[in-house]
Design a protein around this ligand. Structure first.
Ligand code: PGA
Length: 239
């Protein structure tokens, strides 16, 4: 099975022109790559790219709402994504938990609705530095998995991304040993064939070790996914 490499652009870059350039650079560089590449741009560019897409790259959203339609100003439903050639959605990212008060319960509702619509999920979990220091890492991961996936029987379209919060955007990436330990722990709660990715300060120089040594099935890449040359190196490194 191909490793899954997901680009999370977050709220970047700032202009359509820059976004087009980053996408064009990535598209050209990953042609013929054996990894599955998923790009998750902000909504403003997501569907423009996904409608025009003629490459093997897949698209993902960075968020979705848990209702099908109606009076929810500013929200986007899973069906809207599905009908716009968007196949994936990131749910449970620590930035959404922190800045938008997304609870395990909200995340669970979003995952359920997105699965119903036929989307594939990148379900993010991870502990903060304080939780790790207090020896609560496993407790937090177990709670996030159990509550986030509560009532969901078929996990075929669910990929879990282990993203320790302290490793995101800090350059302070999780060591291979720490990642392996967390991934092995996560696997206790999901079927054998559920994919577990790693995310948090992934760069070309450390990418392959997460796949080959820590046993991740793929990577969730933030900052480095906005630099086409670096991102292409990451994609190629895991082949
Ligand atoms: P980072 O972000 O690669 O910039 O650390 C990863 C993420 O938040 O998904």
């Amino acid at each position: 099975m191909k490793p899954l490499i997901v680009a999370n652009w977050k709220m970047n870059p700032q202009t359509y022109k820059e976004a087009e350039d980053v996408f064009a650079g990535i598209k050209k560089g990953v042609e013929g790559a054996s990894a599955e590449v998923v790009i998750c741009p902000p909504f403003t560019w997501l569907t423009d790219f996904s409608h025009k897409n003629e490459s093997p790259i897949s698209f993902g959203a960075q968020n979705v709402f848990y209702e099908d339609k109606g009076a929810y100003t500013g929200e986007i439903s899973p069906q809207m994504l599905k009908s716009s050639n968007v196949d994936y959605v990131i749910i449970g990212h620590s930035e959404r938990r922190k800045y938008f008060n997304e609870t395990d319960e909200i995340i669970n509702k979003k995952i359920k609705k997105a699965l119903e619509a036929g989307l594939k999920i990148i379900f993010c979990i991870g502990e903060t530095a304080e939780e790790r220091d207090a020896g609560k890492k496993n407790e937090i991961l177990e709670r996030q998995i159990k509550q986030g996936l509560s009532g969901i029987v078929n996990l075929e379209n669910v990929n879990i991304a282990y993203e320790p919060v302290w490793a995101i955007g800090t350059g302070n990436n999780c060591s291979v040993e720490q990642t392996k330990e967390a991934i092995d722990f996560i696997r206790k709660f999901v079927p054998e064939n559920t994919w577990v990715l790693y995310g948090g300060s992934v760069k070309a120089e450390n990418s392959v070790s997460y796949i080959k040594e820590a046993g991740a099935n793929g990577l969730l890449v933030g900052g480095a996914s906005l630099k086409p040359d670096e991102f292409i190196k990451i994609v190629k490194s895991v082949e």
